[in-house]
Design a protein around this ligand. Structure first.
Ligand code: NAD
Ligand code: ZN
Length: 251
């Protein structure tokens, strides 16, 4: 059977489909991945910018870089693949999204309760009192951003290199992975831990794993089906098959 048709059938037969995404999910929206040839880190050294040490030694520089990334984000929009996932979510086929991305594109397409393992770039967190707010609500006229509650230093609310993930967020992701009977793994290199455990947890709990990625990754070995086109094209094509099946059933 055609692979796209197989995936569409699996989706219709699933009880708890989970989507797990990495930077590749947003590549078709024009946001560079970290490890691809067009990766952000080819131009900027991550150890200079995305670590707690870098922030403490130069918070203005780190904030400037984040505000620049945020301003670039405002110029892109979620691609058609995101909109397909949104429809599957509303129709009840898709139960939960777990993402490593910080770009907030799932929020923008209208999927609000996404599990963001590595945080959300448009939000800041006070290092003194823990207050969190969207950066647009905060005074950015002089950097670094200062907490409106306690005047403490605020930082981007993302997980930096060398930092642990939020325990509650990670536990929730593991729980969802165990519950999945079908997992779509889209655009992740599968080398960033602990996030990379998630497809293995799903597989070990009996889920069928489908990988969407133009390249081979460690996850390819455990995937039942591998689609080698990009995220947008693959999702649009699966959606087309899904509609064909449903039309056939209705007749
Ligand atoms: P990664 O950069 O390590 O890997 C990206 C993967 O996407 C690769 O396997 C690549 O083959 C694949 N890919 C490239 N183009 C694709 C396409 N059009 N469709 C589908 N797949 C495609 O990303 P990662 O695994 O997410 O891990 C890295 C870390 O980088 C994460 O912690 C994440 O927070 C962070 N990150 C996030 C963003 C974002 O928020 N958009 C962007 C860059 C990096
Ligand atoms: Zn504070």
């Amino acid at each position: 059977m055609d692979e796209l048709l197989r995936v569409a059938r699996l989706i219709l037969d699933s009880n708890y489909m989970v989507v797990f995404t990495g930077a590749g999910m947003s590549a078709d929206s024009g946001i560079p991945t970290f490890r691809g040839s067009n990766g952000l880190w080819n131009r900027y050294r991550p150890e200079d910018l995305a670590t707690p040490e870098a922030f403490m030694s130069d918070p203005v520089k780190v904030w400037s870089w984040y505000l620049w990334r945020i301003s670039k984000l405002s110029k892109v929009s979620p691609h058609k693949g995101y909109r397909v996932l949104k429809r599957w979510y509303e129709a009840g086929y898709l139960k939960k999204v777990i993402t490593q991305n910080v770009d907030g594109l799932f929020r923008r397409v209208g999927i609000d309760d996404v599990i963001e393992l590595h945080g959300y770039i448009e939000r800041a967190r006070c290092m003194r009192c823990g207050y969190r707010d969207i950066i647009y609500n905060l005074d950015r006229s002089s950097l670094p951003i200062i907490c409106p509650r306690c005047y403490g230093l605020m930082r981007p609310d993302v997980v930096w290199f060398g930092e642990p993930l939020d325990r509650n967020v990670l536990d929730e992701a593991y729980r969802v992975a165990r519950e999945a009977d079908l997992m779509l793994v889209i655009g992740t290199s599968g080398v960033v831990y602990p996030a990379a455990y998630i497809p293995y947890i799903a597989r070990d709990s009996g889920a069928t794993v489908i990988e969407i990625n133009p390249e081979d990754t460690p996850i390819s070995d455990i995937a039942d089906i591998r689609l080698r086109n990009g995220a947008e094209k693959s999702l649009v094509e699966i959606d087309r098959e899904l509609k064909k099946i449903l039309k056939g059933l209705e007749r």
